[in-house]
Design a protein around this ligand. Sequence first.
Ligand SMILES: Nc1nc2c(ncn2[C@@H]2O[C@H](COP(=O)(O)OP(=O)(O)O)[C@@H](O)[C@H]2O)c(=O)[nH]1
Ligand SMILES: [Mg+2]
Length: 366
Amino acid sequence: MGFKCGIIGLPNVGKSSLFNALVGLQKAASENYPFCTIEPNVGKVPIPDDRLIQLSKVNNSKSIINAQMEFVDIAGLVKGASKGEGLGNKFLSNIREVDAIAHVVRCFEDENVTHVHNAIDPEYDIEIIESELLLSDIERAENIIEKLNKLIKIGKNENKEERDLFLKVLDNLQSADTNALSNYSPEELQIINKNGILSFKPLMYVANLDEKSIKSGNIYNQKIKNLSKIKKIPLVNISAKIEEELSSIKDIKEKKELMKSMDIDQSGLDQFISSGFKLLNLVTFFTSGEKETKAWTLKKESYAPDAAGKIHTDFKKGFIAADVISCEKLLKLGGEKEAKLSGNIRTEGKEYIVQDGDVILFKFNV
Ligand SMILES: Nc1nc2c(ncn2[C@@H]2O[C@H](COP(=O)(O)OP(=O)(O)O)[C@@H](O)[C@H]2O)c(=O)[nH]1
Ligand SMILES: [Mg+2]
């Protein structure tokens, strides 16, 4: 199961600046993650979650451990990428490996930073990238259908269902109808994604604004806002350059002063991470005690033993039951002891589907 979000876009839009800001965060949190290594273009970052802090307070936990997800800085795509232009094939194949896509769009003016098409035009930029993904997908879908047809021809009729699925996919791609996502079942989407169709991956737009416009917005991000409404694609505003600069400052006081002088907060990065996490269609559950309060992530609709298995494979093998309470309720009651005393902790079995925000204590046999 993946937790990877790829950062894509045209060259010089701020992808690496945003990525460096994330890596800065990761470095700041590295004490918590002694085994976390990062490749040059892959960064693991903690997912911000207020519930962790609140839970740790009521349960007097000594430490807090956030869930994590990976971001990948994918090199810039250019017009013609689907035909191999500018190492397009390599970069497109990097995108096939991620579970969700953050598309960074340039919304800042700076005459020192060249724009590949010499003008800042978010709608056109988005169209370029999306049509390259689409063109590459059409070719891929055609190849898949051809392969499956060959198998069907020699009597392997079990491939018919998948062939028909990809005929439908091809039709949607050719009419650029990526809104057709809702026409597919989760199982079908899984097959489509496994086959590397990019246009059907969960997507968000990231408007990269200069620091002066981050609060008020500007004409460029307004255009993306309209587009995001029409296409029902989430949008996050960010100032990548500022976030990058801020994340390199270790001294907290100095950082706060700089932020104050620029009249900004650093919530853009948190919002970016949270939105990326939402795209992955996961739920968060917690384990919480005096030692630590920890967030774990799990695919939606997963059963309690799968959640146990996240912690340790033995927990899954020897699963007996799960003591469960929602985080919200636990906070209201004032802590684990109070929840127990008032009989508010439920015991759930193997068939229980874990809900977002569940606080769980597993019982198991080893
Ligand atoms: N003025 C300004 N420059 C930016 C901003 N974001 C990125 N840049 C600059 O644009 C250039 C390209 O940024 P980079 O992150 O490398 O873009 P990438 O090619 O998409 O990875 C660098 O010189 C950045 O400092 C911004 O918000 N404002
Ligand atoms: Mg870059």
